[in-house]
Design a binder for this molecule. Structure first.
Ligand SMILES: *Cc1c(COP(=O)(O)O)cnc(C)c1O
Length: 221
């Protein structure tokens, strides 16, 4: 099947309110253009250098999402054009994004990454850490970021019960934060969870943004 057929097949199985981020990391511009010409405009990258290069060389109406671990010193390269930063995992990073956005007069949408998997290697914060940030006066001073929700990655396991549980936990944390901090504010709206291997479980558990790479573009080498 073609890239566009893959995308259309995935979209046909997603509820209307679930956004698909086509994860194009490591894939060439031609693959992205195939998806683009088929009508898909939202792509995810996880390396700053690759993202900047692709942004420069591809149509300007593409919505670029940064989905990887972001280093503070590289924030400035993507802030001018990025649509959503998925994996903000410290207050320091949030503050840096705010500072760089302020310099050029933009507002950047961000998701906070929560640690929900059992693996220790995966980045992300605990619910307590996130609550502490949202309660802090330092956070309230950030005017150039918009907190748009949460992101998380489940354990890479065949134990689907475990994956269900981890995604359900992330969704419950989202609901709780929404209720406590963003009750009358629709900007806090995304739960970014689910990849090629587990997006159906994630959608079952309330994801409204899935990040899918290999199912669309084929395996990465
Ligand atoms: C690579 C990546 C994905 C997509 O992974 P696939 O298994 O290819 O769908 C999703 N989210 C993040 C954070 C990634 O790094």
């Amino acid at each position: 099947m073609s890239i566009t057929e893959n995308i259309n097949k995935i979209k046909a199985g997603l509820p209307d309110d679930v956004l698909l981020v086509a994860v194009s990391k490591t894939k060439p511009n031609e693959d992205i253009m195939q998806a683009y010409n088929g009508g898909h405009k939202i792509f995810g990258e996880n390396k700053v250098q690759d993202l900047v290069k692709k942004y420069e060389n591809l149509p300007k109406d593409i919505e670029w999402h940064f989905i990887g671990h972001l280093q503070s010193n590289k924030v400035k390269y993507i802030v001018p054009f990025v649509s959503l930063i998925h994996a903000v995992d410290s207050f320091k990073l949030l503050k840096t994004i705010d500072k760089e956005a302020n310099k050029i007069g933009v507002r950047v949408s961000c998701l906070l990454q929560m640690h929900i998997a059992e693996e220790e290697t995966k980045f992300g914060m605990s619910f307590e850490e996130i609550t502490k940030i949202l309660n802090s006066s330092d956070f309230k001073q950030l005017k150039h970021i918009e907190l748009a929700g949460l992101m998380g990655m489940a354990t890479n396991t065949k134990d689907t019960a475990r994956v269900h549980k981890e995604f359900a936990y992330l969704k419950s944390c989202f609901n709780s934060l929404k209720n406590d901090f963003y009750k009358n504010n629709n900007s806090f709206k995304y739960v970014s969870m689910g990849m090629s291997s587990d997006y159906k479980i994630a959608v079952d558990e309330g994801s409204n943004m899935v990040r899918i790479g290999s199912l669309i573009f084929g395996a990465r080498t």
